[in-house]
Design a protein around this ligand. Structure first.
Ligand code: NAP
Ligand code: MG
Length: 398
């Protein structure tokens, strides 16, 4: 069979532990036998990041800026334990955080749905995608405990020396305070990325804050988001989708009654909470993909889960593992489909779809890894190792 030619190079970012093992299998068995593709390879494995003083991560981000589409394997975000385990020079930052800042992007998490796994929320028939704003709020908050009576004020001094003050609270007994901030340009980029994603997916866009209570801070988000959405009204109409603003509590309750097929854009903290609620509601981390979309239309695809450390240690002992490769496969197919769409190469797009259909056909035929067994109805007779599952998908491609 002749390989399908991919016109523009794609950026590939390798990663760590079990997902690195799975990554190589996907590439060798599901991608390279079928596509004639120029992959610009960046090894974001922890050893290489340490060896290059993390320069490799910035190089990968620049390459995505140059080529437009990247696919990334899960990577370790080091902590004290990892510094010892890998003998690191220092505690390098999360590669995802670095790439997200470099591309000024928003991360969208999307569940992969199959007929024989029902979401815990009965009404959900189509994916709910969460768009989480990833700048500021409590993640960049400053905090103070108050142990003696006194007053706390917000003081804003401009570079020219103009000053304004606001009383936070006059404390008569002990307490605590926090100040948070956000930036107009970050909120605007977030809105633009969410609008791009909703138009790409052709699904309704909801945005939720609590502006009835926070009449300045949350209202500022609502105003900017609403303005960006209004500017794209004609595109929304052409795509047959709607924009809605709802209060966050109302949206949370209504989401349970919806069929899905919604992109739900939320603030940083709400996104932290609700992305896990939605993931649990749909079933399994092994079936959740994630895409970083920048406001200028750059894309990076990955699995939403981590490097599956526990399974990797089993793998190192020589035990075969049954780690679910589906989210990593869909990272590859998401990138391949987007590459085909941007290049205008229908055959490339169709190949991405063919692999996704093969994966879903396997699962719906009861051919699955161990993690899915308890979620399935009817229950399959048994489960496959990671490698057996990938081979079962490959067998459906020829
Ligand atoms: P994890 O990789 O998300 O895995 C946690 C647990 O979830 C696993 O032990 C496994 O449960 C289950 N699981 C997750 N993905 C699975 C899959 N594909 N198939 C089957 N089961 C799956 O989190 P972790 O092991 O706690 O973290 C490992 C490393 O990942 C950390 O160093 C963290 O920094 C990194 N991380 C990276 C990213 C990223 O690059 N995007 C995201 C999150 C975390 P059982 O053990 O019960 O089988
Ligand atoms: Mg969280």
């Amino acid at each position: 069979m002749a390989k399908i030619k991919v016109k523009t190079p794609m950026v590939e970012m390798d990663g760590d532990e079990m997902t690195r093992v799975i990554w190589a299998l996907i590439k060798e068995r599901l991608v390279l036998p079928f596509l004639d593709i120029d992959l610009k390879y960046y090894d974001l494995g922890l050893k290489k990041r340490d060896g290059t003083d993390d320069a490799i991560t910035m190089e990968a981000a620049s390459a995505i800026r140059k080529y437009g589409v990247g696919v990334k394997c899960a990577t370790i975000t080091p902590d004290a334990g990892r510094i010892r385990e890998y003998g690191l020079k220092k505690c390098w930052p999360s590669p995802n955080g670095t790439i997200r800042s470099a591309l000024d992007g928003t991360v969208f998490r999307k569940p992969i749905m199959v007929r024989n796994i029902s979401p815990a929320v009965r009404n959900w028939k189509r994916p709910i995608i969460i768009g989480r704003h990833a700048y500021g709020d409590i993640y960049a908050g400053v905090e103070m405990t108050i142990d003696a009576p006194g007053k706390v004020e917000l003081v804003y001094t401009t570079d020219e020396g103009r000053e304004s003050r606001l009383l936070v609270h006059g404390f008569e007994s002990p307490g605590v305070v926090m100040a948070i901030h956000n930036l107009e340009r970050s909120i605007r980029s977030f809105a633009v990325s969410c609008i791009t994603c909703a138009l790409d997916e052709r699904i309704d866009l909801w945005f939720s804050m609590k502006d009835t209570i926070s009449k300045t801070y949350h209202a500022y988000f609502k105003e900017i988001f609403g303005r960006e959405a209004a500017a794209r009204k004609a595109d929304f109409e052409r795509a047959g989708i709607n924009y809605r603003y709802l209060l966050i509590d109302d949206a949370a309750a209504q989401m349970m009654k919806q069929e899905g097929g919604i992109l739900w854009a939320v603030s940083n903290y709400d996104g932290d909470v609700f992305s896990d609620v939605i993931a649990a509601g749909f079933g399994s981390l092994g079936m959740m993909t994630s895409v970083l979309v920048s406001p200028d239309g750059l894309y990076e695809f990955e699995a939403a889960h981590g490097t599956v450390r526990r399974h990797y240690y089993e793998h190192l002992k020589g035990n075969p593992t049954s780690t679910n490769p589906v989210a990593s496969i869909f990272a590859w197919t998401g990138a391949i489909k987007k590459r085909g769409e941007l290049d205008g190469t229908a055959a490339v797009q169709a190949f991405g779809e063919k692999v996704e259909k093969a994966v879903i056909a396997c699962i719906e035929a009861g051919v699955v890894t161990k993690d899915l067994v308890p979620l399935m109805d009817p229950k399959p007779a048994g489960s496959l190792t990671t490698e057996e599952f990938i081979d079962a998908v490959a067998a459906r491609l020829v």
